[in-house]
Design a protein around this ligand. Structure first.
Ligand SMILES: [Zn+2]
Length: 290
């Protein structure tokens, strides 16, 4: 991926040096067992920190304990930080354009770099959950250690795979702006768990499609894609499919429990966005065939 020298976003909040300490959920600390289960359970790239966090903390409404640190650019010798800030800036440029064309205004999300655990408006964010988006504070949270997990444990190396992760989370922010995730969230408790999971899958596949839409426009405008980049993203989409994660976790593949979609579905929807560059083709909610 060609990114060096491109604009870096001002919306990065770097909390990496303020990390540390034992993460606490509702008075209980979460041991390594939960963390491993969380990772293998396929929460990497999960939206719905609301569900996840309330699950981990034993219920209760998310508390608004937002830490509003001033945004600051990563230091110049911090390649990964600069990479993330550059990809975020690219998503800002693309989504501003897409929203403008639709007669709307895109509100840029913030992106928080953290280590270990950090407070969010959705409860305590945990590195083990994988990167996530919190709609309540409109921030994407990522512990860069996830990229090592993505490469070494999940078998998805490459800078464009890393960019896809950010674009997917920004895709959740776009869904939030469009009111889509709010509608899905309202269904929680009103439908069965299996039905809610099915809605979650459609939401996640749409975020993958939006990531593809970003890549389409970013490449048209800035020629960011190099040989092998699309394959890196497609491989990552496959490695974080629910069936692949369940298999990797040594368990049976249980489609009703899917919350993000199968490997094949994630690849298909990312590619759909990439090829068409049009959010209208990302309507996973009315698609009969995911
Ligand atoms: Zn997601």
């Amino acid at each position: 991926m060609k990114w060096e020298g491109n604009r870096e976003s001002d919306n990065v909040e770097d909390r990496r040096s303020s990390g540390g300490g034992m993460p606490v959920f509702g008075g209980r600390s979460i041991g390594i067992g939960t963390i491993v289960i969380a990772l293998l359970g396929g929460w990497a790239l999960g939206i719905n920190p609301l569900t996840i966090l309330s699950l981990l903390s034993g219920g209760g409404a998310p508390t608004a304990q937002v830490q509003q640190a001033p945004a600051q650019r990563p230091p110049a010798d911090d390649t990964m930080g600069r990479f993330v800030a550059t990809v975020l800036a690219d998503t800002e440029d693309v989504w501003q354009g897409v929203f403008r064309e639709g007669g709307a205004t895109y509100q840029e999300p913030r992106l928080v770099l953290f280590r270990g655990a950090t407070p969010t408006a959705c409860g305590t964010g945990q590195a083990a959950m994988g990167p996530f988006y919190c709609p309540a504070d409109q921030k994407v949270y990522i512990d860069l250690g996830f990229y090592e997990t993505l490469k070494s444990r999940l078998g998805a190396p490459g800078d464009f795979a890393q960019a896809y992760v950010i674009a997917h989370e920004v895709g959740h922010h776009v869904q939030h702006q469009l009111g889509i995730s709010g509608k899905v969230d309202q269904m929680r408790g009103r439908v069965s768990q299996a039905e809610y999971n099915a809605l979650s899958v459609r939401l996640e596949l749409q975020a993958d499609c939006f990531a593809g839409v970003w890549a389409h426009h970013a490449h048209n405008a800035r020629q960011i894609l190099e040989q092998g980049d699309v394959e890196e993203a497609m491989n990552a989409a496959a490695k974080i499919g629910d069936d692949a994660l369940q298999r990797a976790g040594g368990g049976a593949v249980v489609p009703e429990s899917f919350t993000h979609g199968s490997s094949a579905q994630r690849q298909r929807w990312f590619n759909n966005g990439l090829q068409n560059g049009n959010i209208k083709t990302c309507d996973t909610f009315s698609s009969r065939n995911l």
